[in-house]
Design a protein around this ligand. Structure first.
Ligand SMILES: Nc1nc2c(ncn2[C@@H]2O[C@H](COP(=O)(O)OP(=O)(O)OP(=O)(O)O)[C@@H](O)[C@H]2O)c(=O)[nH]1
Ligand SMILES: [Mg+2]
Length: 243
């Protein structure tokens, strides 16, 4: 299986704002936002297992490498907060589409093609593998070249925190790299579930905040037939993050 699709692949495509405001108005009124997040990183760091923990709250100890791309889904309620951090009381129903990419090199051209349509990224490495941490820089370059802009919303995730005795990457080291990129860093365990939700919700918050900044910008394009509304015209080669 190269990928499975239970929702339209093209939903929300086009310019950055179009992607962010994708499917604001669904005909069935089922949710307010469709948010696409994507997990990337070396093979074996735990992307599939992490997403499975997040959506199903279960751990799969077996390693079945992902072939191409897959996705999982979850509905969450998002509460908007004020700039001072207090909750504004406004809640949205969010449908999260979590894209799970293959870390293996042979799928690289396929998986990077999916970067463009994602709104936020879980950049993962394995705390028990120094090599997977060193490769974060390469994944970052791939993101900068293929994502919706050169400065997309990213959370750095060091996974397998439960394997303390096998740890090869120190928290300080990883935190320094995250600070250098100006992105949040979490140490998670798909085995125990620690920090998994927090990492995803932090990324969702970054994406939603970016969207909020865009909402004040010029008005929507007409609905595109499936009830979706876009806030600006498609710009296929658009790389800027600004609205
Ligand atoms: N102990 C422990 N094992 C984990 C954790 N996360 C993943 N694993 C294990 O690591 C192995 C690889 O996990 P996957 O989720 O398949 O890795 P992946 O990143 O999706 O790999 P590709 O699909 O090849 O890119 C599996 O045996 C998982 O059970 C974790 O937090 N702790
Ligand atoms: Mg996988």
């Amino acid at each position: 299986m190269l990928w499975t699709s239970r929702l339209p692949l093209t939903a929300g495509g086009g310019c950055p704002v179009g992607r962010f405001i994708a499917l604001l108005i669904m005909t069935d009124g089922d949710y307010d936002y469709l948010i696409k997040l994507l997990a990337l990183g070396d093979s074996g760091v735990g992307k599939t297992t992490f997403l499975y923990r997040y959506t199903d709250n279960k751990f799969n100890p077996k390693f079945i490498t992902t072939v191409g791309i897959d996705f999982r889904e979850k509905r969450v309620v998002y509460t908007a907060s004020n700039p001072n951090g207090t909750t504004a009381g406004k809640t949205f129903k969010v449908h999260l589409q979590l894209w799970d990419t293959a870390g293996q090199e042979r799928f690289r051209s396929l998986t990077t093609a999916f970067f463009r349509d994602a709104m936020g990224f879980l950049l993962m490495f394995d705390l028990t593998s120094q090599q997977s941490f060193l490769n974060v820089r390469n994944w970052m370059s791939q993101l900068q070249a293929n994502a919706y802009c050169e400065n997309p919303d990213i959370v750095l995730v060091g996974n397998k925190a439960d394997l303390a005795d096998q740890r090869e990457v120190q928290e300080k080291q990883a935190k320094e790299l995250a600070d250098k990129y100006g992105i949040p860093y979490f140490e998670t365990s798909a085995a125990t579930g620690v920090e998994v939700d927090k990492a995803v919700i932090t990324l969702l918050d970054l994406v939603m905040k970016r969207m909020e900044q865009c909402v004040d910008k010029p008005p929507a394009e007409p609905a595109n037939g499936n009830g979706a509304t876009k806030l600006s015209p498609a710009q296929p080669n658009e790389k800027k993050c600004a609205c």
